[in-house]
Ligand binder design. Structure first.
Ligand SMILES: Nc1nc2c(c(=O)[nH]1)N[C@H]1C(S)=C(S)[C@@H](COP(=O)(O)O)O[C@H]1N2
Ligand SMILES: [Mo]
Length: 353
C-alpha cells in the first residue's frame, strides 16, 4: 500500500463511489434504513446460485457439516441490533494517508441482523481439542497486496463461541441484499467491520493461527510496511452528530439561525457502554456534557442530545465519546501506516446568523 499527502486520486474516488458512507442526517434513525447503511466491498459482489449454495463447516471437527439456507433458517433464530463501523473510517483525514478507501468519519451503520447463533453449529460439528481459531471464507475473490485470495478472516475460538456471534440471513427484517452478503454473513457484535465476513462459503476450524492476507498483513496498526504491528479487533469509541441547519452544496459547511439549537447524534464503542458524550462549539477548547439516550441493544450506538445556544458568528462544532472501559476519542488522529482506527473527533463548520 502506498501513502499520499496530495489530493484524492481517481483510484480512491472509484473506490469511494462503489463503497458509500452513511449520510450524516441518517443518524436520526436508531436503526439505519436499508440502503443508507455504509458499504465496503473489497473485490466484486459475487454471483450466488441460490439452488447450489451450501455452507461447509469443516477442518478440525469430528463431524463436518454441509448446510443449505433452509436448514440454517430452521435453526433457532435471534435478532440483534448491531453497530458496524469500518476499521478504515477516518482514513482520509490522516496525513500522510494510506491510498485505499478514503473514508471521512461516517463509515458506520446500525442494522437489526437476524440469524442463527454460530456456537451451537460448531458444537454440532464437534470442535477438536487442538483447535485454536475459526476461519470464515467468502465467495468473493480478488487481488490485494499482489496476492490472489478469497476474502477470509479468522477469529480466536473463544471469540467465535461467544453467544452474540451470528450467522445472519436477514437485515432489518429483509433477506440480505447482494451488497450486504446474500445469502449468509458473519456478525460479530463489537468488532470492526472486516470481521463480519459476507457471502459466507465455508467455516473452517484450524489448529494454528490463520495467516491469510486480510488477517496477517492487513488490519494491523503498524508504523511502516515492514512492521508486523498489532491486530485491529474491537471498535474504539466514536460519536457523530447530525450537522445542524442547512448545508452549502459543495463545502457541506452549515448555516444555522441564531438561538437555541438542539444538536443530536449517536455514539458507540466495541469495548463497553458509552458513558459520556461531550460537545464543543469552539473547536475543542471548551466542552459541555450531552444528555445520553437509549441504545437499541447493548451492541448498538447510543443516542445523545445537546442544547446549543447558537450565537452569531463562525463556529466549529465537535463531539467526543468515552466508554465504560475509559477509552476516549482524541482531538487529533493517532497516525498508523494503513490509516486504521482513526476515531479523532468529528468537526463541523457552522455559520450562525
Ligand atoms: N466476503 C467479504 N466480507 C466482507 C468484506 C468483503 O470485501 N468481502 N468487507 C468487510 C469490511 S472491510 C467491512 S467494513 C464490512 C462492511 O459490511 P457492509 O458492507 O455490510 O456494511 O464487511 C466486511 N466483510
Ligand atoms: Mo472495512
Amino acid at each position: 500500500m502506498s501513502t499520499s499527502t496530495s489530493d484524492i486520486t481517481l483510484e480512491e474516488l472509484r473506490l469511494a463511489a462503489r463503497n458509500h458512507a452513511l449520510p450524516l442526517e441518517a443518524l436520526r434513525h436508531p436503526i439505519t434504513p436499508l440502503g443508507l447503511h455504509y458499504l465496503l466491498i473489497h473485490f466484486d459482489i459475487p454471483a450466488v446460485d441460490e439452488q447450489s449454495w451450501r455452507l461447509e463447516v469443516g477442518g478440525r471437527v469430528a463431524r463436518p457439516l454441509t448446510l443449505g439456507l433452509e436448514e440454517i433458517k430452521e435453526r433457532p433464530s435471534r435478532t440483534v441490533a448491531v453497530t458496524l463501523e469500518c476499521a478504515g473510517n477516518g482514513r482520509a483525514l490522516i496525513s500522510p494517508r494510506a491510498v485505499s478507501q478514503p473514508w471521512l468519519t461516517e463509515a458506520v451503520g446500525t442494522a437489526e441482523w437476524t440469524g442463527t447463533p454460530l456456537a451451537p453449529i460448531l458444537e454440532a460439528a464437534g470442535v477438536a481439542p487442538e483447535a485454536v481459531e475459526v476461519v470464515f471464507t467468502g465467495l468473493d475473490r480478488g487481488v490485494q497486496g499482489d496476492v490472489e485470495q478469497a476474502y477470509e478472516r479468522s477469529l480466536p475460538l473463544a471469540d467465535a463461541l461467544r453467544d452474540e456471534v451470528l450467522l445472519a440471513y436477514e437485515i432489518n427484517g429483509q433477506p440480505l441484499p447482494p451488497q450486504h452478503g446474500y445469502p449468509l454473513r458473519l456478525v460479530v457484535p463489537g468488532w470492526y467491520g472486516m470481521t463480519h465476513v459476507k457471502w459466507l462459503r465455508s467455516i473452517t476450524v484450524v489448529d494454528e493461527p490463520f495467516r491469510g492476507w486480510q488477517q496477517e498483513v492487513s488490519y494491523h496498526l503498524r508504523d511502516s510496511e515492514e512492521d508486523p504491528g498489532r491486530p485491529v479487533t474491537r471498535m474504539l469509541p466514536r460519536s457523530l452528530m447530525i450537522p445542524p441547519g442547512i448545508p452549502d452544496f459543495l463545502s457541506r459547511a452549515r448555516f444555522v439561525d441564531a438561538g437555541p439549537c438542539e444538536l443530536e447524534g449517536r455514539a458507540w464503542s466495541g469495548w463497553g457502554t458509552i458513558e459520556r458524550v461531550e460537545v464543543s462549539a469552539d473547536g475543542g477548547r471548551s466542552w459541555g456534557e450531552a444528555i445520553l439516550g437509549e441504545a437499541p441493544s447493548e451492541f448498538a450506538w447510543r443516542g445523545w442530545t445537546y442544547e446549543w445556544e447558537a450565537e452569531p458568528g463562525e463556529h466549529e462544532l465537535c463531539c467526543r465519546a468515552e466508554d465504560a472501559a475509559g477509552n476516549a476519542q482524541p482531538l487529533s488522529p493517532d497516525w498508523n501506516f494503513d490509516g486504521f482506527c482513526n476515531n479523532a473527533v468529528q468537526r463541523v463548520r457552522v455559520t450562525v446568523s
